[in-house]
Structure formats: structure tokens, C-alpha cells
Design a protein around this ligand. Structure first.
Ligand code: F6P
Length: 436
């Protein structure tokens, strides 16, 4: 596991924070401070090598790389929307402006495509006045988009020409793959431009980062859908409340929503393939549940059960390079209706797809606090000339993680984890729904 963070060069400038914040010892951190990857210490274990792995601590450095007076920062938001984007933008602007004295902050329009000079989108001037109230709204004032990462050389040249010293890239794995390409080109050219990522995605699927912003707010909106599904299910004979939630390759939104509500009886996620038919198939278990309790709530993550629909072509990708998924919601709904019709068993199925509603919402209080912190830590890292990294959180401590590491794998639910055990306990569903 490579956790080494790149620096643009030696930090020679005294941090302006030294004047603002006198609590030196507890406030400033050095590059030597590390956060352990594994927080357990097992005294029985003779080989404790895994304990040595660690991340660099995020936080303000006493000496920084960029002189704030001549620094120009830029912020870009990419990929699908997520609650908290505006909060992070605001935090970066406020921290840069008031704490470090950086007066030039540019907003890039519509993701990486806004850095491409051919698109002529221009930049947005981001001042404290311009961002004063944006954290109250969902979405991003900059606009976002997928893609724009095929040829990034012109984007880097445009950054150089505009005089940008630090690029804050807010996004998920696709954004980070783009940020890494930019950082590599910058390195090759020898430019002094820092690239700092901030982890956004409602899917919470970024590896080596405990939590991404937007996830918690999305879950808190998704619980409304489960609540409604449960009310509908209980309100009719053999009522089936069926909710489809986002979650392309990782079922964290669906799983956390189920844990929060305790009303879901069947949770279907991409990480655990299931059979539809047979004595251990999903439909059989649903039938037993209805016979026993006369109502059921099902929650499916959009990436679940893709293997059931195989045969239909799945070669299409979106602009971020993600495979365009088959619609498991409508597929399963039809299969459930068909199955019970054949059994001549009357059911009342209500299908709810809150879809984009869960991610266009403003950040909830906890996410708002998290976003403000992420924004501040991003600025500390950027001003210190750290590059090709993303701000993380691990064991509740803020960290610096190389982008290369986070894009090396995807975070998914581990079916052998305590987390999944808790989900099974909350839903009461069979441990697996496969016939073999
Ligand atoms: O990546 C986050 C996410 O919310 C996924 O769960 C979902 O598949 C995707 O975005 C949908 O986004 P869009 O429709 O904008 O491509």
C-alpha cells in the first residue's frame, strides 16, 4: 500500500495561520504525523506488520509552499451531484480568503470540460460574498459534468496560462482518475501546480476513505422512501413496498437506509448475487414472508442483480466510463408480479424510485460540518504544496491519501463483515439467496 504524498517542493513561507492561531502544538501538524491504517492492536499476534501501515495526517503546516499573495486557486466539481458540493466550495473559498489571504479563487464551470479552452465557458470569480449563502442549497453553483478527461493536456496548459496554482477537484472515482491524469501531466511539465481532491459521492464507494460527503444526507432522504414503502405495504393485504435506490457497484446507501429504518425485509445489493427462483431464491423467500406476515418491504440498489439480466448487451458506458446498468427495479417488479400471478396469490405492489431526489437535497447538519472540515483540510494541503492527493478520513481523523491508492480499487460491502451481519440482523433475510 503506497501512502507516500507528493510535495511540489520545500515549504519556505511562514503560514499566515501562525498569526491567527497561537495554539501551536495542538494546531499545526508535521509530515511525520501518521494515522494508523489498522487501529487494532492484537497482543497475541507476533507479526504486527500490518500496524505499520499509515496515512499522512491532514492539517495546517507551519511552513507552506505557496505565497498567499500571489496564489490563484481554482475549484472544479465533477460527476453526478451530491449533497454538500456547495458547502465544500464555500469552505475552500472562506478558508483560502480569510485564513490564508488568497484573493484569487476561480470556479470552473461544468466539471473538467470547463477547463478546456475550446469550450469557452470562462471562470466564475469566487469571493466570500459570492459564496455566502450557497451552502443552504443542493447542487453546485459551478455546475458539473461527467467526462472531459480524454485529452487533458490542453486543460493543464489552460491552467498554466490562467495562472492557477492549486486545483481543488471535488468528485468521486471518475473525478479522481481525471485529477491523477492532470497531476501526472503537471509533473512531467515541471509546473508548480497542486492538485487536491475532495471525496464526494453518495455511493460512499471510495477506498481507504471511511466516508465521503453527501452519503449521509442521501441516506437521510432515502429513509423517507422506505417509510412510505412500509406504510403502503402495511396498508393493503399482501402489500409489497418496493424501493429502488442509487448505488452502482456498492450498496452502502441501501444498506445504511435499511439499518436506519429496520423496516426492510429484503435488501438486494450489487455485492451479493442472488437467484430469483428455486427453494433458496428471492421470490420463494418473499412468498414465505407474505404468507407469514402479509406484507413485505424490499429495497434494491441499482447495481444489484445485473447478472440476472445478462444476455442483454451491457457494453455502453457513460462519459465517466461507468457501465450503463440494466434497470433492476422494473425488471424485479415485473418478475414479482408475474410470479405471484402464476401462483394465483394476490399481492399489492407499490414501486418507489426516489432516484435523483436523494442526491439533489442540501447537505444535512452532519454532512455540512464534514464538508466544512474537508474544505479546510484541502486548503491546508494545497497551500503546503501537496499534490496528487485526496483528503480522507480514517478512524475519524483527517488524512492525506494518494489519488493513485484510492483509484486502485473500489470500496464495497464485505459479506463477511460485521456491517453485513448487522444488515442481516436488521432485515431478517436469509444469509444468502443462491441455490448452490
Ligand atoms: O455515482 C453516484 C451515482 O449517484 C450513482 O449511484 C448513480 O448510478 C449515478 O450517480 C447516476 O448519475 P447520473 O445519472 O448523473 O449519471
Amino acid at each position: 500500500m503506497k501512502t507516500q504524498i507528493m510535495n511540489l517542493g520545500e515549504c519556505r513561507v511562514k503560514s499566515p495561520l501562525l498569526k491567527i492561531f497561537p495554539l501551536k502544538e495542538s494546531f499545526f501538524v508535521t509530515d511525520k504525523l501518521r494515522i494508523k491504517y489498522n487501529c487494532y492492536v492484537d497482543h497475541e499476534l507476533h507479526d504486527n506488520r500490518h500496524n505499520i501501515q499509515s496515512f499522512e495526517a491532514a492539517g495546517p503546516r507551519e511552513k507552506i509552499f505557496f505565497n498567499p499573495e500571489n496564489t490563484c486557486a481554482a475549484i472544479v466539481t465533477c460527476g453526478g451531484l451530491s449533497p454538500g458540493l456547495n458547502n465544500v466550495i464555500r469552505s475552500i473559498v472562506m478558508e483560502s480568503h480569510y485564513r490564508y489571504g488568497v484573493k484569487k479563487i476561480l470556479g470552473v464551470r461544468y466539471g473538467y470540460s470547463g477547463l478546456n479552452p475550446d469550450n469557452n465557458y470562462g471562470f466564475m470569480e469566487l469571493t466570500p460574498q459570492a459564496v455566502r449563502e450557497i451552502h443552504l442549497d443542493g447542487g453546485t453553483i459551478l455546475g458539473s459534468s461527467r467526462g472531459g478527461t480524454e485529452d487533458m493536456e490542453p486543460l493543464v496548459e489552460n491552467m498554466k496560462k490562467t495562472g492557477i496554482n492549486i486545483l481543488y477537484a471535488i468528485g468521486g472515482d471518475g473525478t479522481m482518475r481525471g485529477a491523477r491524469k492532470i497531476a501526472e501531466i503537471i509533473k512531467k511539465r515541471g509546473y508548480e501546480i497542486a492538485v487536491v481532491g475532495v471525496p464526494k459521492t453518495i455511493d460512499n464507494d471510495i477506498s481507504y476513505i471511511q466516508r465521503t460527503f453527501g452519503f449521509e444526507s442521501a441516506v437521510s432522504r432515502a429513509v423517507d422512501a422506505i417509510y412510505s414503502a412500509h406504510v403502503e405495504a402495511e396498508g393493503a393485504p399482501n402489500g409489497v413496498g418496493f424501493v429502488k435506490l442509487m448505488g452502482r457497484h456498492s450498496g452502502f446507501i441501501a444498506a445504511n437506509t435499511a439499518l436506519a429504518m429496520n423496516d426492510v425485509n429484503f435488501l438486494l445489493v450489487p455485492e451479493l448475487p442472488f437467484d430469483l427462483y428455486g427453494n433458496n431464491g428471492f421470490l420463494y423467500h418473499l412468498e414465505q414472508r407474505l404468507k407469514r406476515r402479509h406484507h413485505a418491504v424490499i429495497c434494491v440498489a441499482e447495481g444489484a442483480g445485473q447478472e440476472l439480466m445478462a444476455g442483454e448487451s451491457r457494453v455502453e458506458h457513460d462519459a465517466s466510463g461507468n457501465v450503463i446498468l440494466e434497470d433492476i427495479g422494473h425488471y424485479l417488479k415485473d418478475k414479482i408480479i408475474e410470479y405471484f400471478a402464476e401462483k394465483k396469490m394476490n399481492i399489492n405492489l407499490k414501486y418507489i424510485d426516489p432516484s435523483y431526489m436523494i442526491r439533489s437535497t442540501p447537505a444535512n447538519s452532519n454532512d455540512s460540518i464534514f464538508c466544512a472540515m474537508l474544505g479546510q483540510f484541502a486548503v491546508h494541503a494545497g497551500m503546503a504544496g501537496k499534490t496528487d492527493l485526496i483528503i480522507g478520513i480514517w478512524n475519524n481523523v483527517y488524512t492525506h491519501v494518494p489519488i493513485e491508492l484510492v483509484i486502485s480499487e473500489r470500496k464495497q460491502i464485505d459479506p463477511n463483515s460485521r456491517f453485513w451481519y448487522n444488515v442481516l440482523a436488521a432485515t431478517g433475510q436469509p444469509v444468502d439467496m443462491k441455490n448452490t
